[in-house]
Design a protein around this ligand. Sequence first.
Ligand SMILES: Nc1ncnc2c1ncn2[C@@H]1O[C@H](COP(=O)(O)OP(=O)(O)OP(=O)(O)O)[C@@H](O)[C@H]1O
Length: 556
Amino acid sequence: MKANQLSRLIQINHVLAKHRLDEVIKAIHLLRPLRYFSFLSPHRWRNKQSTLPRGERLRLALQDLGPIFVKFGQVLSTRRDLLPPDIANSLAKLQDQVAPFPAEQAKQLIDKAYEAESLNELFAHIEPEPLASASIAQVHAATLKNGEQVVIKLVRPGIEPIIKRDIALLYTLASFAERYWSEGKRLRPREIVAELEKNLFDELDMLREASSASQLQRNFEGTTLLYVPKIYWKLTKPNILVQERIYGTPISDTEGLIAKGVDMAKLAEMGVEIFFTQVFKHSFFHADMHPGNIMVDIHDPKKPKYVAVDFGIMGTLSPDDQRYLAENFLAFFNHDYRRVAELHVQSGWVPADTRLDEFEAAIRSVCEPIFARPLKEISFGQLLLRLFQTARRFNMEVQPQLVLLQKTLLNIEGLGRDLYPDLDLWKTAKPILETWMKEKMGWQAALRTLQQEAPHWAETLPEMPRLLYDLSKRAQEGQFNVNLASADIQQLRKEIKQASYRSAAVTAGAAFLVGAAVITGLDGYATTMFAGLPILSWVFGLWGLGLIYFSISKKS
Ligand SMILES: Nc1ncnc2c1ncn2[C@@H]1O[C@H](COP(=O)(O)OP(=O)(O)OP(=O)(O)O)[C@@H](O)[C@H]1O
């Protein structure tokens, strides 16, 4: 561990001591040896007994420690089912009430960004006090010259070196964990830190955030589920985002939503639907879904609509991960634990030599008692934790690419339960997943892929005869042209040449036959687009058969 990292650890210890979080210091193994340093802190002697409640002390400590710690507090705050209410309430302030940087500094940032354009020509008014401030940025309300209401999101100045320093410390701790902790390899801490690092640095780039907002906006265009505020591209800079101002009701204001007659069960189900649609249909999901970033448009309380802000962390999944996850969810919903165990082996999440019957039994013993409870008592978060404990016995490796998804899923469930305690996550998610599986795995999916590939085939097939002719010519001429004197080797050379000629001809013939089959299988849409396809199909078919016949007759 480098000297600056050790000094950061001492500083963390000092901040915790300053806020009299002695219990936290004792609970963290790494800080235990450093606890004596806190006796040197003047705060410790001054604040013998802090008058602030424990939740507030924790919030202030996380705020003092910087953006990574604030993010950690935001995630914790969404799990009211796992935390005492006083702590959850205090930590919720980290979602949009972190201490702001001074108004003068905000003004300097704005002046510098728009010095080329005249500030007065762009904005009619900029509110000096921030509307909200969170881990990475603070947001100021403003009015454009044309009267449109916007917000200006300013990245906190000097935040990058702070994040770099803490990420470096996390890498060192992760290396220690991998080397000296029995669980270190399985949990893949270095890869998880790498994932966190990528997400945090992406979050600092406002042009990237603006692009993500535009993509999400397109994905939900024309739906009644989610609204994404408009981006003002011309005013957006690498450290400044200008966006339409939203006046919705904060999702955390459940009393206000109920008082206005919003159907809370529907609202909670819509949240789940938005999440699963993003993950499976679009493979592009908002991965910072804490309540500070979600508002509800209740112009018509019977038809509420979600409004999202903060597109700094977006997640995607590979088609393979999507398929394994969807199948896993469905197998869980259907209590098919054998399938869950099989999927874990097939995807490589547990070692290939795992005993399926033992793994299945272990999963069953975690899930059955939980599924037997009334719905409102089932916590998906707790179920996941129990499953992870079980998986540990079977050497399941943590999948860094799924960590963001798991975090978001926990947020969504926490949010949904706050809105409507009887929320049945399974009931809402199951039909979405079933439809997705049908679309992705059924014969319609195969047909659609063929249809998508049609333009490519139409482009490539005319080139095939020439390519195949070149290939067979090259095989005939140069590839095996080794000059050796021995008669045996000469004979061998002749045979190899003939064999390669024949196999090239068979390959070419097969390729033409496949081409003919593909063209014949295209549906009406593609054949109308390319009127010559049926004729091409016949030509290719006959050509293919001819080549194969030619190569076989050569052999005999
Ligand atoms: N378009 C908007 N209209 C109104 N309020 C907004 C808008 N965008 C952001 N806000 C408010 O500003 C807060 C902070 O903005 P944002 O979440 O984008 O900052 P951040 O530092 O990236 O936050 P986080 O810590 O969640 O990553 C939001 O929680 C929200 O309350």
